[in-house]
Design a binder for this molecule. Sequence first.
Ligand code: PXL
Length: 275
Amino acid sequence: MDYKRVLTIQDISCMGQCSLTVALPIISACGVETVILPSAVLSTHTAGFKGFTCRDLTEDIPAIVDHWQREGIRFDAFYTGYLGSAKQIDYVKDIFATLGRGDYLKIVDPAMADNGKLYPAFDQGYVEKMKELCAAADIVVPNITEACYMTGNEYRTVYDREYVRRLCIGLQTLGAKKVVLTGVSYASGRTGVMVADGDGETYYEHEFLPNSCHGTGDVYASVFVGALMRGRDIVSAARIAADFTVACIRYTAGDVEHWYGVKFEPLLGDLGKNF
Ligand code: PXL
């Protein structure tokens, strides 16, 4: 087997089933070596818990990267999610430019917004910086809100294919080679992902489950990265990721205590069977 090594750069939310605590187990379950670079350590994620702590790790990154350089450590892919600061984005761009091997892939989930709003830690300055990172990416995996912030389109909850095409073209005009836009819904009870890969667009539609869960974007992007690394093409990877995410949301439905994340762990064994 072709053994791939991914570097994922995002925060550790100690509690909350998102970012690294999701990416590490999921990409590993896909059979891919997963190296982590924590952007920050938070006691919980920022979407619903009150009074969380946050230690930004931006200043630790250069020494870590220097060490990896000295050791000759290289990666087949980079996958970034929630980052700690705008300055960190410059470090991440350097990492993209220096630590890849072979035809390495750069996958950016611009995790900074949802439901029409930026997450509490971010502002327009961060959006501008994230546009730079997306410009350097092979594949970006935004939701509709993030795509709107980065392309200057107004956020809508009801839209047509033309609107979605505008978002994808806007992201590609920034410089992102391929776009996997999540949460694209044209009919009630249905949602899906739009893959714009430069040659055309492919829409994969699936069931919409009303219990919206935090962290589903991270579950989605992690499976997508794992599937790509296991040799799936972009449309197949987008489909496997969507099916797994829906299964996790369904598994979590009905547990009101579990508002902060998706219960993905019992389904990891099934995920591994895809590969
Ligand atoms: O799931 C995205 C995410 C990741 N990390 C932190 C977050 C969020 C979303 O709110 O707060 C710290």
